[in-house]
Design a binder for this molecule. Structure first.
Ligand SMILES: NC(=O)c1ccc[n+]([C@@H]2O[C@H](COP(=O)([O-])OP(=O)(O)OC[C@H]3O[C@@H](n4cnc5c(N)ncnc54)[C@H](OP(=O)(O)O)[C@@H]3O)[C@@H](O)[C@H]2O)c1
Length: 230
């Protein structure tokens, strides 16, 4: 894909990893819609802020109407309630699924026809779903988050096969701790720079990779998936 022809929508682009995606897509020559629940918090000058709450179908519909020239969607928006599955509030557990699974799915359903239409005349379209090393490693301390990211992994694989005949490439980014607002409790030396991860993910997406592994921990965990059960 020639990134200068890309028209991208990034969800949760007002801070953290999403802000880095938006910034770097602009630097690569793309036109960028910066989706945010509160678009007034988007502080990048060269992007088009768009109101977008991925758990609100009406907000998604409006965003799809406005950003009707999109060829690439980065499903980045996410939450971490750190809920355990047995004792955590069910509302928090549902929020994780509503955001990472149903929210991402609803954005894909709204934008896939748009990407298909625009991608046909501009060298193809793509979707990147931001997942986690916790799609594969499931500590009980983040049970709700891990279950939602695992669901996001299955969604990504199924949708990749569905959208391939429509000329839309679907990729996943799996990554461990990054230095964003999501994990203030993690020591700095255990977190990756989100700017480094965004670059790696965009390089992988535009190279046509299906699964992008963002750090050493994620590569180790992925390699262990085929190990015999303990
Ligand atoms: N940080 C990590 O260690 C880590 C590791 C692996 C994967 N990830 C994943 O990376 C992605 C980005 O997270 P981050 O680390 O950048 O976290 P962050 O700094 O907390 O940013 C989260 C972003 O998602 C947005 N968001 C949350 N719910 C939303 C909704 N319903 N609709 C639209 N936007 C919504 C937030 O918007 P508001 O400003 O309105 O809240 C914010 O822009 C997430 O999918 C996360 O699960 C993070």
């Amino acid at each position: 894909m020639n990134t200068e022809n890309v028209v991208a929508l990034v969800t949760g682009a007002n801070r953290g990893l999403g802000r880095r995606f938006a910034e770097q897509l602009v630097a690569r020559g793309a036109k960028v819609y910066a989706g945010a629940r509160r678009p007034e918090t988007v502080d990048l000058p060269a992007v088009i802020p768009v109101q977008l709450d991925i758990t609100d179908p009406e907000s998604i519909r409006r965003a799809a109407e406005l950003a009707s020239d999109v060829t690439v969607v980065i499903n980045n928006a996410g939450v971490s309630t750190r809920s355990t599955l047995l004792d955590g509030a069910l509302d928090d557990i549902r929020l994780e699924m509503e955001t990472h699974y149903f929210g991402t799915l609803q954005v894909i359903r709204a934008f896939a026809p748009i990407i298909e239409r625009n991608g046909a005349s501009s060298g193809g379209g793509a979707i990147l779903n931001v997942l986690s090393v916790l799609s594969w490693a499931h500590p009980p301390t983040s049970g709700a988050y891990a279950a939602a990211k695992a669901a996001g992994w299955a969604l990504t694989d199924a949708v990749r096969t569905e959208l391939a005949p429509k000329g839309i490439h679907v990729a996943a980014l799996h990554v461990g701790y990054m230095d964003t607002d999501m994990v203030p409790y993690v020591p700095a030396d255990q977190k990756t720079d989100p700017g480094v991860v965004a670059k790696l993910a965009l390089d992988g997406l535009f190279a046509g990779e299906n699964e992008i592994l963002g750090d050493a921990l994620t590569r180790t965990v992925k390699a262990q998936l085929s190990a015999p059960p303990r």
